[in-house]
Design a protein around this ligand. Sequence first.
Ligand code: CP
Length: 310
Amino acid sequence: MADRIGSPRHILSVTDVSRPWLDALCARAAAITRHPTRKPLTGRILATLFYEPSTRTRLSFEAAMLRLGGGVISTENAREFSSAAKGENIEDTTRIVEGYADVIAVRYHERGGAARAAAVASVPIINAGDGPGEHPTQALLDWFTLAREFGTVDGLRIALVGDLANGRAARSLAMLLALAHGVSLVFIAPPVTPMGTDVKAYLDARQVHWEETTDLRGALTDVDAVYMTRVQKERFGTDLDAYQAARIYTFTPDMLSALPARARILHPLPRVDEIAPEIDADPRAAYFRQAHNGMLVRMALLEWALDAHE
Ligand code: CP
């Protein structure tokens, strides 16, 4: 795959990604099966170093590595059960773990955590979420899902809904969508947690159309995809008033009639109360397909990071 990500092959930010690289990644993910007969990562080891909770990202990375023939070492609660609890910084932890593993997926509780690891690493570092910063592999699987559901991401009108100030998945997806031609973005966020000015400036510099509203119901009628996100409770600290003020969006069953038949509902998950469970049976609800796509995209990513493509 063509890339401008450098060596080692880190995945730190969607801003490092090019469209040809992204198209090649998606083509590879589409070609991969859940039970590949070829095991290109046999003998290689992935370390998952997670300082924050996860279900999808950690387990799909680990499943991806195992399905490609590799092995996994893991610390799933690194703040409590790794030597971070004794005061070790992420740079030193990385220097140690790179001696054991060929690639490291890091989820850190502060913005820039994966970049700090990459600055000292001689093996690929994959940013599996850095505080309220970015979640690039989520955005890659979101793009793949949109491409699978619609045939192309180009030209789509996409609403991103919820706590957009703190939601790293929405932040990364918005910036990745700058690689699509003719997309139109609608940011639907409570006044207390609007999409960041850094993301808006990034889109402006690339002439990506975006608009902002607080009216979810009104916006639904002309979108292709609505990307719901949860309120990032862990980012509010003791400010419970702001947390309560941010909890204003739920996709309820009565909204389905306003949503175009061609549209899709996505969510990076986990959901709390942003999508009523009754929505799940609607064919436009794509969020479980989206989560399953994550393993395929991460299989393709691990192959690329370890230079094991066919
Ligand atoms: N979407 C996502 O990052 O989910 P997890 O927190 O479960 O990994």
